[in-house]
Design a protein around this ligand. Sequence first.
Ligand code: COA
Ligand code: MG
Length: 282
Amino acid sequence: MRSILFVPADSEKKLSKAAGTPADALVLDLEDAVLPDRKPQARLMMREYLGALSDRSRMWVRVNDLTSGEILRDLAQTVPARPAGILLPKIRGPEDVAVVGHYLDALESEHGLEPGQIRVMAIVTETPAAMLRMGEIAKQAHPRISHVAWGGEDLSSALGAGDPRTPEGAWRPMYEYARNQCLLLGHAMSVEVMDTVYVNFKDPEGLKKSCAQSRYDGFTGRIAIHPDQCAAINEAFTPSAEERAMAQRIIDAFQSGAGAVSIDGKMYDIPHLKAARRLLAS
Ligand code: COA
Ligand code: MG
């Protein structure tokens, strides 16, 4: 998954616009893009929207967190709508995923879904507690987790801190740390790792640069908040023809049977071979 577009589930207009975007996946939001008194309406609209689709393989739903008092109602409406997965925000540690995993087990059984069918994209940096427990989340590697993602805004709010970005737009050290923790966690678990939102949706040049950096750093995709961001994200996370050709050259060079080879005066060894194989498989 290269791009996943957030769509507030209580917005008729945005729901109707969403289908026409090039996003690889959509996430209908029941959480922070929906005001508390609109949540029942958002759940109904999510259910109706998903119910009208024959293919829900690119559909996700963000539910409210475990302390919200909303999550059981969210899951009770979401599971029968059969999305590919849920985004689970503000986790505090591996137990939160385990508890939600049990809720999903029960609801999948009740509604005749395959056990384990609904996947989880865990948002892993939104609470200080989770930030201290990355190793445990990796070690317990809940089998439903197919993606991890990170966000800075809720962490800064939990810390009573200010804007997570500098006036120049760079992440302040705490959020750079959170971003790196998420990257390490995703790769330690061998799941997809999604970079957080680029909030200036009217800055296509900035988005492009930022996405190139995300991919370079090891993210496998990125969250979008506006339809205009999806094509740029997809492009940034699609290996170019040149990159594919170079990866093929590296693989071909290793046909010689050597563990280290030279191409155009540069040394390539096994990590390069692995990276080339991964790139061609993506
Ligand atoms: N999904 C689907 N459609 C969207 C959309 C989205 N996320 N964001 C904007 N659109 C639609 C608008 O409804 C508008 O449709 P129209 O052409 O039929 O009028 C069109 O795209 C252009 O939108 P624009 O006027 O540029 O933006 P806006 O002011 O309507 O909305 C935001 C700006 C940021 C409020 C909006 O993009 C949004 O709600 N994003 C998602 C926020 C979210 O879910 N946050 C939680 C996760 S971080
Ligand atoms: Mg949030």
